[in-house]
Design a protein around this ligand. Structure first.
Ligand code: ATP
Ligand code: MG
Length: 433
């Protein structure tokens, strides 16, 4: 197949047969976010490269290996967003949200771009749902953001997923931790990969997130950050746990979580699934108390998370979650000739104006082929429209499931068809009872 017929490696089409699942999932995300007071923000797909260098951090995998960066025709260095937090914070500073009544609670859904090795759950274009709670340093905010992510997963239909939390402290307590890490990794220097050797000098915590099996093997025995927390960070973490308990949210403390982006401080968390193989983190987030100041804004503490929608879809599929079925047409109108097609268009317009999902022939097919098509698209009812029906202004509506026929008046098709639909609903309810 030539390139023109092939999507770029690591990108996926979401086809009409699957898009209703995406609409359901994204609808739930926005609905639950609203329930917690988070309103949607939409930011550009690309930003000045500096936005990501300053925030994500130049010793991370994302910046070192994964960004889609190019010069535009005006000579600016532009990067397709690898995540949304950086752009959202850039916007919050630029538009004065960080000076408004705090906390400002926003959510987003959007595409992200990372040049990674494509595999199950790891794409070059993927989608994230996320939230940012800007302007609270309180542990209650950490718990609220975690609760929101948990409720989204549960309400969408994820049956089993575990929440892992950790604290990676503040810049103060991290000094001692960095020193301990440096000492530990220096003794394993000859085994570390090239990238991690560089990280050893500049940001030893990043080694803990290295994907190479050798480095991660060494990292498994490294000192854990929880042992190095200052009193304030320790108290914050204890309080987050208390809030989670009060909200009935179960978790495990995993002292090895450090997250792949540099801006995190204190609380970090992941929702991890055992059902989707190696790419098991569906949602990752945490606090980033220093990020807004680091990006040129005021000192405003914040936190948030990003949830990978493709990975979430894999979890739903592997757990056989029940998602709502795609909506089928209420009625298919099958015209027999050219003038009937015109009448069919008129009837469709009337029915659609009343909200009935109505379809008709757009390919000038014969009756047999039309009925086959009506069956294929799952129409609940059908109506054959010929000269007689048009002259007498009467037609028969056929229930495609049980074959039952009801006669209707074409002049008041919306009323008569409405009656049929209501009867059908009562019949369905009666069957359930
Ligand atoms: P990983 O360790 O798996 O590379 P990450 O730490 O780079 O993940 P984040 O930057 O925290 O991930 O992004 C949040 C979420 O976005 C992840 O938990 C995951 O669900 C999703 N995600 C990240 N990268 C990809 C990708 N390349 N393809 C699909 N989903 C992704
Ligand atoms: Mg990654």
């Amino acid at each position: 197949m030539s390139e023109i017929n092939r999507a770029v490696k690591g990108t996926n089409d979401i086809l009409p047969s699957d898009s209703h699942n995406w609409q359901f999932v994204e609808g739930k995300m926005l609905e639950i976010a609203k329930l917690y007071g988070f309103n949607e923000i939409r930011v550009p797909v690309f930003e000045h490269t500096e936005v990501f260098l300053r925030s994500v951090g130049d010793t991370t995998d994302v910046v070192q290996k994964e960004m889609y960066t190019f010069d535009d025709k005006g000579g600016r260095s532009i990067t397709l967003r690898p995540e949304l937090t950086a752009g959202v914070i850039r916007s919050a500073i630029e538009n004065g949200l960080v000076n408004a009544a705090l906390p400002v609670k926003v959510c987003y859904i959007g595409g992200c771009y990372r040049y990674e090795k494509p595999q199950a759950g790891r794409l070059r274009e993927f989608h994230q749902f996320g939230v940012e709670c800007i302007g609270s340093a309180e542990p209650s905010a950490d718990a609220e953001v975690i609760a929101l992510a948990g409720q989204v997963l549960a309400d969408i239909g994820v049956k089993k997923i575990s929440l892992e939390i950790n604290s990676i402290g503040c810049p103060e307590c991290r000094k001692a931790y960095h020193a301990a890490l440096k000492e530990y990794f220096a003794s394993n220097k000859d085994k570390l990969c090239g990238t991690c050797l560089d990280r050893l000098e500049r940001n030893p915590m990043r080694i803990l997130d290295c994907k190479s099996p050798v480095c991660s093997g060494i990292a498994a025995g490294a000192p854990v950050v929880l042992d190095y927390l200052c009193d304030d960070c320790k108290a914050h973490f204890e309080s987050v746990k208390e809030y989670l308990k009060a909200m009935g949210i179960s978790y495990t403390v995993n002292p090895h979580i450090v997250r792949g982006l540099d801006y995190y401080t204190r609380t970090v968390f992941e929702f991890v699934s055992g059902d989707i193989g190696a790419q098991s983190t569906v949602c990752g987030g945490g606090r980033y108390d220093g990020l807004i100041a680091q990006m040129g804004g005021p000192q405003v503490p914040s936190l948030g998370f990003g949830m990978g929608i493709e990975r979430l879809m894999l979890v739903l599929k592997s757990q056989n979650a029940e998602l709502p079925k795609a909506q089928k047409p209420d009625l298919y109108i099958a015209p027999l000739d050219r003038s009937a097609r015109l009448k069919a268009a008129e009837l469709c317009a009337k029915l659609r104006a009343e909200g009935y999902k109505t379809e008709t022939d757009l390919c000038a097919r014969g009756l047999k082929a039309q009925m086959k098509f009506a069956d294929k698209i799952g129409a609940k009812f059908s109506l054959v429209l010929g000269e007689d029906e048009i002259t007498l202004k009467k037609a028969k509506i056929k229930n495609m499931l049980d074959g039952e026929i009801t006669e209707i008046n074409l002049d008041k098709i919306e009323e008569d068809f409405g009656e049929i639909i209501r009867e059908q609903i009562f019949k369905n309810i009666a069957e359930v009872i």
